[in-house]
Design a protein around this ligand. Structure first.
Ligand code: SIN
Length: 543
């Protein structure tokens, strides 16, 4: 059991700002939800840094959609479910994939400059484990940037939403009935309380929990941690996806090397310049992401090298620069030319398949709380997400979250004022925590190491120092999410998808119908985190 505070900071707010709905997070899920809501209600979008500082902005690969010749929804669904390694919720897969074409049409109308051929058809890219070319993109490898920027421009110019940037949401607040009634936040060093009967969490993932990650600085799992503190259930938190090819060649800087490059035929080489993926999987470089990541990790361990290599030198002249301008310019900045020499790459934390548990309409277990995009989990991705399925999922769930808010038309009482937590010491600094997480709950896991990690985490019951800075509040959230991942990983005694245990190396059929849930039980002013497995809990499995 790990103890955490109910609130990570008290509030001395003098003002209480009122809205009908609050959206926390400005990735594409949050932005689309805000755009929808702003047509009908007073909505505030609150984001920790600038509107474009989100994981969505950095997405390179693109957006999967079954639009090509020889493709079908059935085939896309089947690829998604195979990649998810037996844990995908089929109804979620079906719903997201069916609604994707409508969302693409909407993006088109908004003016997202998708890459088209001479006849005006989408140019379809290939990515790992997709049976066919299925990935649409914009600006080559700048898809996330193009979509985010277009949507953010539209939000700013075409909506009535109130936008708060550089604003840190601390906690979700409840009314006397325990239902959602608002949030507490810190804006320009001031405590602020927001009253709202509806809160959508769209804060993205938690890649920053790990020392090696493809995620931007903001991805510290805040939304998941605050939802747990408010009493919502989380699910599948042992399933952290590691992207196989992130470039860490310059210390302190890293950049994603999109999977689409392997889709275009690049090979992975080990330290001896040997191609190794065919030894690990029949689909070689196009095997599911978890398999490619572990293969790279293993080759690095065998050779003692900090990376393997992605060989892009055989591409036709000029192709790399045109198709992957972001990666090309980042490689040049890092001091090498990817058309002349292989790119040094290694795995990094990339995506959280689990999250705040939702039904198919983004409703969580807490009345008035909704979760969309990476912060939520409707079961679509199972144990391992298929490449380029996150943008469709974020856009469809963002849109559905707003629809649910409008349908529910909730009212709430005044929010309670968060009380000040008691303080204790911190067992790890931020960078120590990130390193320990990489070692203990990374690509390969083992009971003894995870138990040791957890007992260290338990040493600090509360981990917010007396003068709570934003950094320490983020760290508090990082501790909470770390504890959840560790406890969930201990609970799942098998290896499946992205969750690999050296002490339970095989996939176990029994676990194929079980999901690990996390809840927090109130004990005075503290909460105790508990994990448990449930069969078909919360919603009807495969419904
Ligand atoms: C990539 O471009 O490799 C990442 C795409 C994704 O995460 O789906």
């Amino acid at each position: 059991m790990v103890k955490i505070p109910r609130y990570i900071a008290g509030s001395s707010a003098k003002e209480n700002w009122e809205f009908d709905a609050i959206v926390v997070g400005s990735g594409i899920a949050g932005v689309i939800a805000t755009m929808r809501l702003s047509r009908e209600m007073r909505v505030a979008l609150i984001t920790k840094e600038r509107l474009v500082d989100s994981n969505s902005f950095y997405a390179q690969g693109g957006l999967a959609a079954s639009l090509g010749e020889g493709d079908s929804l059935e085939l896309w669904k089947s690829d998604t479910i195979k990649a998810g390694d037996g844990l995908c919720r089929e109804s979620a897969v079906k719903m997201i994939e069916e609604q994707t074409p409508l969302i693409i049409e909407e993006l088109n109308q908004m003016g997202v400059p998708f890459d088209l051929d001479n006849e005006g058809h989408f140019i379809l890219g290939r990515e790992a484990f997709h049976s066919v070319r299925r990935i649409i993109h914009a600006g080559g490898d700048q898809t996330g940037k193009m979509i985010s920027q277009t949507m953010v421009d539209q939000l700013k110019t075409g909506s009535q939403a109130t936008i708060f940037e550089e604003a840190f949401v601390v906690d979700i607040l409840q009314d006397d009935n325990g239902e959602v009634a608002g949030v507490s936040a810190i804006i320009e060093d001031n405590d602020v309380m927001f009253s709202a009967p509806n809160v959508i969490i769209a804060t993205g993932g938690s890649g920053q929990l790990y020392f090696y990650t493809s995620n931007p600085r903001v991805a510290t799992g805040d939304g998941m941690a605050m939802a747990l503190r408010a009493g919502a259930t989380l699910v599948d938190m042992e399933f952290v996806q590691f992207h196989p090819t992130v470039c860490f060649a310059i210390q302190g800087q890293s950049f994603l090397v999109t999977e689409a490059i392997r889709g275009e035929g690049a090979f992975l080489l080990n330290d001896k310049q040997e191609r190794f993926m065919p030894r690990y999987h029949e689909k070689a470089e196009l095997a599911p992401r978890d398999i490619v990541s572990r293969a790279c990790f293993n080759e690095m361990k065998l050779s003692g090298s900090p990376w393997v290599y992605l060989d892009t030198t055989k591409f036709e002249r000029g192709f790399f620069q045109k198709r992957f301008p972001t990666v090309y310019s980042q490689c040049l900045k890092a001091g090498f030319d990817p058309t002349q020499q292989p790119i040094p790459v290694s795995p990094g934390a990339h995506y959280m398949m689990g999250g705040i548990e939702t039904d198919l309409s983004c409703r969580t277990s807490l009345k008035g709380l909704y979760a969309c995009g990476e912060a939520g989990s409707n079961g679509m991705h199972g144990a391992n997400r298929l490449a380029s399925n996150s943008i469709p999922e974020a856009l469809v769930t963002g849109s559905l979250g707003a629809k649910s808010v409008l349908e529910d038309s909730r009212k709430a009482g005044p929010p309670e004022r968060p009380f000040k937590p008691q303080y204790d010491r911190e067992p790890y600094t931020r960078s120590e925590l990130r390193l320990e997480n990489w070692e203990n709950i990374g690509l390969v896991r083992e009971e003894k190491k995870m138990e040791r990690h957890l007992s260290k985490l338990r040493q600090g019951t509360l981990i917010v120092p007396e003068s709570a800075s934003l950094g320490s509040l983020e760290l508090a959230n990082m501790y909470t999410v770390t504890s959840i991942i560790t406890m969930s990983s201990l609970e799942r005694k098998e290896s499946r998808g992205s969750h690999m245990r050296t002490d339970y190396q095989a996939k176990d059929a029994i676990w194929g119908s079980l999901r690990v849930h996390t809840k927090a039980k109130l004990d005075g002013k503290h909460l105790e985190i508990e994990v448990g497995t449930n069969k078909k809990d919360g919603y009807s499995w495969n419904s």
